[in-house]
Design a protein around this ligand. Sequence first.
Ligand SMILES: Nc1ncnc2c1ncn2[C@@H]1O[C@H](COP(=O)(O)O)[C@@H](OP(=O)(O)O)[C@H]1O
Ligand SMILES: [Mg+2]
Ligand SMILES: [Mg+2]
Ligand SMILES: [Mg+2]
Length: 360
Amino acid sequence: MSYDKELAAAKKAASLAARLCQKVQKVLLQSDVQSKNNRSPVTVADYGSQALVSFLLQQEFPAGFSLIAEEDSKDLRKDGAQEIVERITKLVNDSLTSDGSYSVTLSTEDVLKAIDSGKSEGGSEGRHWVLDPIDGTKGFLRGDQYAVALALLDRGKVVLGVLACPNLPLTCISGADRHSPNNEVGCLFFAEVGGGTYMQPLDGSSTVKVQVSAVENPEEASFFESYEAAHSMHDLSSLIAQKLGVKAPPVRMDSQVKYGALSRGDGAIYIRLPRKGYREKIWDHAAGSIVVSGMDQFHSVCYFLSKAGGVVTDAAGNPLDFSRGRYLDLDTGIIVTNQKLMPSLFKAVRESLEEKALSL
Ligand SMILES: Nc1ncnc2c1ncn2[C@@H]1O[C@H](COP(=O)(O)O)[C@@H](OP(=O)(O)O)[C@H]1O
Ligand SMILES: [Mg+2]
Ligand SMILES: [Mg+2]
Ligand SMILES: [Mg+2]
């Protein structure tokens, strides 16, 4: 089955949302940032991006529309939030106008409703869009990396993914090419089931097919991990890297930009080991995982025969299961690399986890 129409709509929505985020990042005000009840930050750009993507997808695919997205309008409906809601509404309307193909003006209530369309519970039946309107909000606030991450699930499997990465250089960010004079930024990665992964500049001016690194010797591999030490245990990943023989220091970066960079071979390994008790959400990995694998992990024929795609599993070697609702139920963490390196990465992960358990 082809998802070309869905992919085209997803690329357009994510690109417009990325432009909205870029505009906000340039002039971010303290009043634009709020704290959710889990104390994680959320900004007018997170809300604006979610409202915009939700509205655009719903226009294109009104029948049975279902969206699983990170944000909701609860805090925006509280007393005193009117000003911030107006600012978000203006951002969304300006984005729609700038695109030229929409002659609508959304009210503040339209925007709140569009944000709240993201409350779907997902599951293994039917189609569901999955959105992280800004993945890496902490990176966004620092002026670093972040992504707009959008995927489509069909019967519990990821069938397409789009990652808009406004601050990622168009050229390789590691190894010998690192100091390339071309410092243009803004990449859009996209993948459709079975169709490989492609990258464009955010303005869509050209397209290249990308492939994960073919490195087989871990000594030549570099690895990615979260910038935030609270999101992934850096001591454990450095133990894993040491066991593998990785020589290069870790590349620490926010968000699913790590999956995008990996999909074009900027590094060969991504290790994510959250602290005990943390539950991963599907919007933090749906788009990234298909961009790296270039296909659905559950299509086992592709999974075993492909040489080009990367492999994404949990720390027990299981493929990620997006069919269980808003959360991923997985063993310990997520590891990503190419087909050749996966057996040794997996072994190093198991040994390191066992050593850590013994030392507790
Ligand atoms: N304690 C924790 N452990 C692991 N991940 C966490 C976390 N707290 C927040 N996160 C998730 O980590 C995401 C960022 O990933 P990364 O660590 O790769 O930059 C956040 O996405 P948001 O920024 O969309 O909230 C959030 O969902
Ligand atoms: Mg968040
Ligand atoms: Mg996220
Ligand atoms: Mg987010």
